[in-house]
Structure formats: C-alpha cells, structure tokens
Design a protein around this ligand. Structure first.
Ligand code: ADP
Ligand code: ZN
Length: 512
C-alpha cells in the first residue's frame, strides 16, 4: 500500500479485506462510494502470484482505473470492445508471460467460452466482481450477464473471489451471496454514514431562484454539482447560473465527447466550477473538494440519491447535499419505469424504490436516520446535521386521520391495497368488490371526504415509511404492525409535514 499507492493507513476494513484475499478466502464487501473499494482487490492481486481478474460493467471506469494503475507502475490492462484484435492478443500474451497483475473485463466477455478457455491457461490470482448488486433483481441496476458469474466458482474453485458494492440492503446482499455462491465468504460492512454531509430536502416553489438562493447563500465560490433529469434542463440551468456570474458547465449524453471531456477536465482542474449534469456525470469522478451536490430534479431512488450526494465532501470537510423536488419529477420517473423494458416484477421493485425516496423527501424525522435505515443501518440518535434536525418542520396532528386510515385496513381484514382503501374512505363504490363484500356498510366508508385522494396517499405513504404499516410484497395489501396499536387506541399521536404552512412561511421569508 505504501510502496505502490503511497498511502499511510488503511481505511475502513481495507486491511482485513486484503488479508482475507491474500489468504485465499472469499469476501463480500459493502463500502460506500469513495470508501476505497478498489484497493481491496488491487493489493491482493499484486501480492498474490498470477493475474487478478476484475469484472466491471462500465468501460469508462475500466479505462480510468487501468490508466491510474499504469501511472503508479502497476501492470494492468483491460480487454473490451474498444481494442482491436491485435491489441487483445498483446494483452493475452502479457498475461501468459506473467507480465500482468490486473486484467479488467466486462461480465459478458469473462463468461464467454473463449475467455474461459484462456483463463484456464494462465494463473488467476483472484476474481473481483465490482458493482456486485447488478446480480440482484432487487437491486436498482440489474444486469442479466452478472447472473452467469456463478460459473466462476464452479470453474475455478481454488481462486478466491471478492464481490464489492456500494449499495445493498439485506435482500440484495442475500441474493449476491446466493447467486455468486459466496456462502463461505467473509462479509465486511462499512458504515454508510457520511457525517460531514448536511442533508436538506425541500419542495420546489420558485424553481431556479430557489436553486440560486441555496448556492449563493452557502457556496458563493465553491465547486459543486447540480443534477437535473433532462438535457434541456441541464442546458437552461447552466445558462441561468452563468448569467448569475458563476462558471457553470453543462454535461450530458447529448454533448460531443470532446466537450464533455473538456468540461469535466476544467471541473477537476480549476477551482469553483459548477457542473450541471444529468446522471451521466460522476461515475469515477474523484474530486475531493466538491462542496455541494444539488438535486434540481428528483433522482430515481435512494441508492442513486446516496451515490450522487456521496460525491460531495470526499475530503471530509463540511459539505451540503441539497434537493428541491417537485411532484412532476415523480410522475416522470414513474413514466420512465413504465416505458422501460424491465420485467413486470422488476418494475414493481422500481416503483417501490421510488416510493421510498418520496418518503425520504416527506419525512419529518432525521433525514440521516431515514437514509441509513434504508441501508439497514441503525443510527441511535437524530443526527443534528440535517434540515429536519436543525429546523424541525411545521407539522400537523393527523392522529384522527391515521386512525381512519388504519381502521380501514383492519375492517377489511388487511387484504387490500392503498387505492382500494382510499376509495372506501372517500365513499367510492365503483369497484364492484365494495358492494359484494358489503364494504359500503362499514363505518369507515366515506368518513374521509374532508381530504382528497392525493392527501390520503401521502398519509398512507408516511404511515408505511414510519413503520406503522407494512406492505405485503406479493399482493400489495397493507398490514398493520405492532406499532399501529397505540395510535388506533388513541394513546399516541401521529404527525404529518405541513406542506401548506411551510410554503406560506417561505413565501413570507421571500417578501421580507
Ligand atoms: P470506491 O471504489 O469505493 O468508490 P475508490 O477505490 O475509487 O473508492 O477510492 C476512492 C478514493 O480514495 C481514491 O482516490 C483512492 O485512491 C482513495 N483511497 C483509497 N484507499 C485509501 C487509503 N487507505 N488512504 C488514502 N486514500 C485512499
Ligand atoms: Zn438529522
């Protein structure tokens, strides 16, 4: 580590992970973005005899890593579709001559017959499977080719394997272990908390002005990233910020490679530049002093939000993750999911993931606790470093409505989904099951007419996100948890973020 990479100390559990691999054992590593996953397989690949084979889904990342390693004097290469047949032969020859420490491959190529035959002829030091969550249907980035990687264990039983990911809840974790046959792997889980990042999320009211207020108040001279959903929005926000006197550069897939590279290069080299980007930007970007990440559109799920905000403050200095969301974004994200070619079950997963993000946005409690809970990590106390902790939001007592919402579940024997329950509360009998099951005779039928449908949706979502209600993963029916009882009995109160009051308050602030 010191001789080759020049670092003095291991971070997180790097040392134990390196030891595990060097000893020849398997490892599963969960470490946040920027935590230092690459070193965990690079060092053992160098230390062990033979070539360390790294599977990575992204060609651009492969090239970055190989370039960085070559600069450090490490013998690394990749084989992918950007190389000519002759270049591929050269790399293979290096491996045969034991002149290679690391070889990067795409999953398709690795499991191909030709490569498998080749790997049998050389000495493989280890297999590293990067972005291992891609193997899981429950993950946010499922890739079919990853599922074939299970063959590695069968073909190379003696070669240690390390699977790495920055995002995996328990379900995804279990599936990685199962699909990759990592039952004997040591599992290393680092905390996902990024204590130097201050989280804040607000609803969009005044659009770009709101973004400008955030940037100008907090980061008048700092480097930062602004994420937008569409290319058009990227262009208009970059123009707007330039008009305000900031150096703001666009970055999206519609720009030529040359312009993208130039903008990225400037962002890395010069101080105080704002990059306005679609999610295409950021993979493999390693700029330590990004002081803020602003989401000017809602990301697609909490994993993306975490990964994108994680690009702020890698140097450990105080940084801001700010989001201004808008319900239009939710509608758009839903449309993306519906139009995608994912299987129906996977679409359902994606919708649920989007719901969890909406919950985070509407959350009254500590954002960090909610965020970490999503990754199955418990933060005992509210963090004191997010908007909800620093400025507790206006809230309204919705205990009575929560009782109505949950009695509707109870009275219908926990067999129905949100939309049906809301119809009951609103007194709609369009669904023929209502009269057939005599649900129109229940005392909850029609008692919720003081509020509109979207209001009830929000209430149900909040009850779910705060753990009063579970959703049956198979049927989508709502189930009451133990936590629901005290509210149903009137022993405890339930609060909702008061969106209307919060809006008026910030309007007033603007008038002043
Ligand atoms: P990840 O893949 O987990 O997102 P990387 O492996 O790209 O993270 O590492 C992120 C940054 O941290 C890189 O610049 C890397 O060189 C640096 N880094 C990794 N380990 C250490 C360490 N032990 N000491 C100092 N810097 C480190
Ligand atoms: Zn907090």
């Amino acid at each position: 580590m010191k001789d080759v990479f020049g670092y003095d100390q291991y971070r997180h559990q790097q040392e134990q992970i390196v030891d595990t691999l060097v000893k020849g054992q398997d490892a599963l590593v969960l470490m946040p973005t920027g935590g230092g996953k690459s070193l965990c397989y690079q060092i053992p690949a160098i230390a062990r005899p033979g070539v360390g084979v790294v599977v990575s889904p992204l060609i651009a990342l492969m090239q970055d890593q190989v370039n960085a390693l070559n600069q450090l004097g490490v013998k690394a290469a990749y084989i992918n579709s950007t190389l000519s047949a002759r270049e591929i032969e050269q790399v293979k020859q290096q491996a045969l001559d034991d002149e290679l420490d690391l070889l990067y491959l795409s999953p398709e190529r690795l499991v191909g017959e030709e490569m498998q035959g080749f790997l049998q002829r050389i000495k493989v030091a280890l297999f590293a499977i990067d972005e291992a969550h891609c193997v899981s249907q429950w993950g946010h980035d499922f890739r079919k080719e990853y599922q074939n990687l299970s063959m590695l264990h069968e073909q190379f039983p003696e070669v240690p394997r390390i699977a790495l990911t920055a995002t995996a809840d328990q379900r995804v974790r279990k599936e990685i272990v199962k699909q990759l046959q990592l039952d004997d792997a040591e599992i290393f889980i680092s905390s996902f908390d990024r204590p130097n990042i201050t989280y804040a999320i607000e609803e969009q009211e005044s659009g770009k002005q709101q973004l400008w207020r955030f940037i100008n108040d907090n980061h008048p001279n700092d480097a930062g990233i602004v994420y937008c959903l569409s290319r058009r929005k990227v262009e208009s926000v970059a123009e707007f910020l330039s008009g305000k006197g900031r150096k703001a550069l666009p970055y999206h897939a519609g720009l030529s490679n040359k312009i993208r590279e130039r903008n990225q290069h400037q962002f890395l080299m010069e101080d105080g530049i704002i990059i306005v980007a679609t999610i295409a930007f950021g993979m493999g970007i390693d700029k330590p002093d990004v002081r803020f990440v602003a989401h000017f559109s809602m990301p697609k799920n909490i994993e993306s939000y975490y990964q994108e905000t994680g690009r702020a403050g890698r140097d450990g200095q105080p940084s801001n993750a700010w989001m201004a969301y808008n319900y239009q974004d939710v509608v758009m994200q839903r449309q993306f999911i519906r139009d995608s070619d994912a299987a129906d079950e996977h679409k359902e997963v994606l919708h649920n993931k989007l719901d969890s993000l909406v919950d985070l946005c509407e959350q009254l409690e500590c954002r960090r606790q909610t965020l970490l809970r999503y990754f199955d990590e418990v933060l005992e106390e509210p963090c004191g470093n997010c908007d909800n902790c620093l400025n507790p939001p206006e809230k309204i007592d919705a205990s009575k409505e929560a009782q109505m919402a949950m009695s509707a579940i109870y009275r219908t024997e926990q067999k129905f989904g949100i939309m049906y329950l809301i119809d009951l509360l609103l007194g709609n009998d369009n669904d023929e099951r209502v009269s057939k099951l005599k649900h129109d005779q229940l005392n909850v039928f029609g008692i919720g007419k003081d509020h509109v449908k979207t209001w009830w949706r929000r209430l149900y979502r909040q009850l779910i996100s705060q753990g009063y209600i579970d959703v049956d993963p198979e049927h989508g029916s709502l189930l009451l948890t133990d936590k629901a009882k005290p509210i149903l009995k009137g022993d405890e109160s339930f609060y909702l973020r008061d969106v209307v009051k919060a809006k008026n308050k910030s309007k007033k602030a603007e008038e002043i």
